[in-house]
Design a protein around this ligand. Structure first.
Ligand SMILES: C[S@@+](CC[C@H](N)C(=O)[O-])C[C@H]1O[C@@H](n2cnc3c(N)ncnc32)[C@H](O)[C@@H]1O
Length: 273
């Protein structure tokens, strides 16, 4: 990782303004989730961050330094936290920040590939309710098989950075065989390929179908995804970067998610929430 340092002297993640937007939605959701669930699930709520980063982000456009997803989650009182980070420098920085911010919390921080380490997550005794934030930088970083393993026989809500714009739409036309197979591993199936070959639709249409296939695959794991549950995150030129996609096995989770989409990070209420 580039060695940009934060005010605490540790590496921080250099990010575009959209990271602030994404983290706004995460924090907003955690607020609603916590208020709604803490009494019902005392000592049973847990948080998973599969792509934690170093814990702090530098926003290029504004020069601000803000908490990244793991440090935002530490503001809430989850019974257990499971953080994964592959990059050794990011891992070290996060480890140091956790020790300063939350020395007494029950945190398992793993350095390495979350796809390999997914089996090491040990939630509070059942019944427990988890929330996983899944924020890769590319489709090759997480397989659908990992999502299957993460969610099998568990009640766990998912917030997924689904890279329909950045990772898929911008690159689909130039995918090589290797990249196509990375996309299949990410989606979990390759039905989209058949449809794409049968009728050459537009790229936006193909991307839409790929996203729809991902949602279908999540549904096959017991997730209910309601229409309009995806929040688009755009660049400052108003181009789609990715969707934040929410999935829950319980309709209540979807209700919470719909609430967070109503007001955007600039405080503006959407016309058609
Ligand atoms: C988009 S950043 C995460 C940002 C963080 N969620 C935040 O909001 O501050 C993705 C991070 O995942 C890490 N990473 C990439 N592949 C990984 C993998 N397979 N397992 C765990 N971490 C990974 C990268 O080193 C990077 O720090």
């Amino acid at each position: 990782m580039a060695s940009l340092l934060g005010t605490d002297g540790l590496p921080i993640r250099d990010s575009g303004i959209w990271a602030k937007e994404k983290l706004h939605y995460l924090e907003h959701y955690l607020n609603i989730f916590f208020i709604g669930m803490r009494k019902k699930w005392p000592g049973k709520l847990y948080y998973i961050d599969l792509f934690s980063g170093p814990g702090r982000c530098h926003i290029r456009e504004t020069g601000e330094e803000i908490d990244g997803s793991p440090l935002i989650a530490l503001r809430f009182d989850f019974a257990k936290y499971f953080f994964f980070e592959m990059d050794p420098d990011c891992h070290k920085a996060l480890d140091a920040r956790i020790k300063t911010r939350a020395p007494n919390k029950n945190i398992t921080l793993t350095q390495g590939d979350c796809n390999q380490g997914i089996g090491n997550i040990k939630p509070p005794a059942s019944p427990a309710l988890g929330l996983a934030f899944i924020d890769p930088t590319g489709i090759s970083q997480i397989s659908f098989e990992t999502i299957q393993k993460l969610t099998l026989n568990r009640r766990i809500d998912l917030i997924i950075n689904f890279p329909e714009g950045m990772g898929i739409r911008m690159n689909l036309h130039q995918y090589t065989g290797k990249e196509t197979s990375a996309l299949n591993t990410f989606i979990g199936t390759n039905r989209w390929q058949g449809r794409f070959q049968e009728a050459l639709t537009s790229f936006p249409q193909a991307c839409h179908e790929i996203a729809a296939e991902y949602l279908e695959n999540l549904r096959s794991l017991g997730y209910q995804i309601v229409d309009g549950s995806q929040i688009p995150v755009m660049t400052n030129q108003n181009r789609l970067l990715y969707y934040l996609l929410f999935a829950s096995k319980n309709p209540k989770g979807n209700e919470f998610w719909k609430k967070i989409g109503v007001i955007n990070p600039h405080g503006q209420r959407k016309l058609f929430p």
